[in-house]
Write a protein that binds this ligand. Structure first.
Ligand SMILES: *[C@@H]1O[C@H](CO)[C@@H](O)[C@H](O)[C@H]1NC(C)=O
Length: 213
């Protein structure tokens, strides 16, 4: 029997909590992309917060953070309703689980530390741009430490509780994040490209006016 069918044999699809968890996992990036793109197009959140983009972005950050806590809660609840696989009860698996949780959290926390709140939570959609590309750790390991770190934490929890259903949900997390990256990266790149064009134009104008002097 292949590993995957072996795993799926230990997933109880009669548990509603499994599908609720899967839905929460897919909902969060969908929600923040819809809101952030709408903000970029219409500035509706900035206007809602009296024209203060910073405050608006912090409000979205708090919302996304809270949704993340709910999603984690629903994931843990789903795992509790699922059968445990004996092969996942070995000490080696637990050590791997702790390592994944440690590295995953390190990636998430250190990237938030590097980017700041607005850099982490879609500030560029609010017109709050970073000065330059962040290259230090953990961005010298992966360009999406937030997403891969979060995925590692999901896998770590699945292994810690010994739940094949958690491994399956982690694959779902990975797919959702890979789609989110495909969707977000070109948009962010376009925002920065526009900033660079405007800077170049402004610099050009400065050169022109110096020539006139
Ligand atoms: C990334 O940077 C950290 C320090 O900021 C360094 O210790 C580590 O070796 C670097 N990793 C790679 C793969 O360059």
């Amino acid at each position: 029997m292949s590993l995957l069918t072996e795993l799926v044999d230990y997933v109880d699809l009669n548990q509603r909590s499994f599908f609720i968890s899967a839905a929460a996992i897919a909902f969060n990036p969908t929600f923040w992309n819809i809101v952030a793109r709408r903000e970029h197009r219409t500035r509706f959140l900035t206007r809602l917060f009296g024209g203060n983009a910073q405050t608006a972005c912090y409000a979205l950050a708090a919302t996304i953070f809270s949704l993340g806590i709910i999603r984690d809660f629903l994931y843990e609840r789903a795992l509790r309703d699922q059968p445990t696989h004996p092969a996942l009860e070995q000490p080696l698996v637990k050590y791997a689980a702790y390592a994944l949780l440690a590295v995953g959290n390190l990636f998430v926390i250190s990237s938030t530390w590097r980017l700041g709140i607005t850099g982490t939570f879609l500030g560029d959609y609010f017109g709050i741009l970073m000065d330059g590309i962040v290259t230090g750790f953990p961005f010298n390991i992966t360009n999406a430490p937030m997403y891969y770190g979060s995925t590692m934490s999901f896998l770590g929890s699945a292994l810690l509780y010994g739940k094949p259903a958690g491994i399956l949900l982690t694959l779902h997390v990975l797919v959702v994040y890979l789609i989110a990256i495909q969707f977000e990266n070109p948009f962010t790149a376009a925002i920065y490209a526009q900033r660079d064009r405007e800077r170049a134009r402004a610099a050009g104008q400065t050169v022109e006016s110096k020539k006139e002097l």
